[in-house]
Design a protein around this ligand. Structure first.
Ligand code: PLP
Ligand code: COI
Length: 354
């Protein structure tokens, strides 16, 4: 729990729009709660902290972000646990990662305590928007973007920090088919792949669309130099359970260092499993398939949660994964139990709002 130490101006909606929302069929990313947080950065400081009704913004046509994508964002989730308490999963980790992303994009960082206070006040105000059905949550989207009306190239002098929320259901409603991408590149060594920044997602749209036309949900990105080593998917980190070992790509500058992945690895280590953070080549994966050693593969991400992989496509061959997924099921259950307060939160992952 926390009490506010930063002064917020709070302007509440005259009438909530919650009655217009069908909580029985919530899609990801289409509905937003009543309020949003807004702050501005100008003359070297963050200022004008306020919560106001969720509404469109007025943006200069010359806005630097529209042209050059100098922006960073985060994604995290709030839940109502079995006791009716409002909790957020590992928000400090998101606050820290946004600072790392901001530094790479020349954006003034949001201090962790400001991030946490904004989050706390916003979720308190819109707590009734947290859905309670299985696989639903309140998605929280902080975003910071350049706001100078200037089309020259330089780091902006002014920025906006927004945080808004919306009830969401599952990002992927079924196990996914993914294609190993060997032509296009998401991120290169020395680039911005580790930062949660707009351009990474824009660059992935065209290759992902080509794969979707072939019936895939997502791509498995490989390293930009050799296209031989598996990196991550467009919205989640990837984990492979091969020969009783859980393998995932090591964090580096071309991969987003996922908080869900870290949680999964931590649980797996707690359970005494063999865990390896190392490069996995496509050749090694193919050989493991041929030897019948690939037990499971899944993605891990905030929006995607644990997304089971049904099939992996590579150079026209479809590699099918077993339909039994005991490890993914156990991880999903364990993460749920922690969020819902059913088991002891031994890693201090659950942040209680009220
Ligand atoms: N990789 C990418 C590219 C993502 O967009 C995400 C989602 O946030 C992830 C990995 C998973 O990160 P996290 O578990 O912190 O949500
Ligand atoms: C998340 O999992 O929070 C993401 O940001 C993934 C996607 C919606 C961009």
């Amino acid at each position: 729990m926390s009490s506010s130490t930063i002064d917020f101006d709070v302007k509440q909606v005259a009438k909530s729009k919650i009655d217009t929302v069908d909580f029985d069929s919530i899609e990801f990313g289409k509905v937003y709660s009543d309020h949003m947080f807004v702050a501005e950065y100008d003359e070297g400081e963050w200022k004008n902290f306020r919560i106001e009704p969720y509404a469109d913004l007025s943006i200069s046509p010359a806005n630097a972000t529209l042209h050059y994508a100098q922006s960073v964002f985060e994604g995290l989730k709030a839940y109502k646990n079995d006791e009716g308490e409002v909790v957020v999963f590992r928000p400090e980790a998101n606050a820290k990662r946004m600072i790392v992303s901001a530094e790479r994009m020349c954006i003034p960082p949001i201090p962790e305590d400001l991030f946490m206070e904004v989050l706390t006040e916003l979720i308190k105000l819109d707590a009734q928007w947290i859905p309670t059905k299985p696989n639903t949550s309140l998605y929280i989207r902080p975003v910071v973007f350049a706001n100078d009306p200037y089309v020259g190239i330089r780091p902006s002098h002014t920025y906006k920090f927004l945080m808004f929320t919306g009830p969401v259901g599952a990002y992927y409603s079924e196990p996914v088919n993914v294609k190993i991408e060997t032509h296009y590149t998401r991120a290169v060594a020395g680039g911005v792949g580790f930062a949660k920044t707009a351009g990474n997602y824009a660059a992935s749209l065209y290759p992902a669309l080509q794969a979707q036309k072939e019936g895939y949900h997502q791509l498995i990105w490989t390293d930009g130099q050799t296209h031989e080593f598996i990196e991550e998917a467009g919205t989640m980190n990837l984990l492979f359970f091969i020969d009783d070992t859980l393998i995932t790509a090591p964090a580096g500058d071309s991969i987003l260092d996922g908080i869900t992945k870290d949680s999964v690895l931590t649980l797996a280590r707690d359970w005494g499993m063999k865990v390896e953070e190392r490069r996995l080549s496509v050749t090694e994966l193919k050989e493991a398939f041929a030897a019948g050693k690939v037990q499971e593969a899944f993605g891990a991400g905030t929006a995607a949660t644990i997304s089971k992989i049904k099939m992996i496509g590579y150079e026209g061959i479809e590699y099918q994964l077993p339909s039994e997924t005991p490890l993914a099921d156990k991880l999903l259950g364990a993460l749920d139990d922690i969020k819902m307060g059913r088991v002891e939160d031994t890693h201090d992952w659950v942040y209680k709002i009220v």
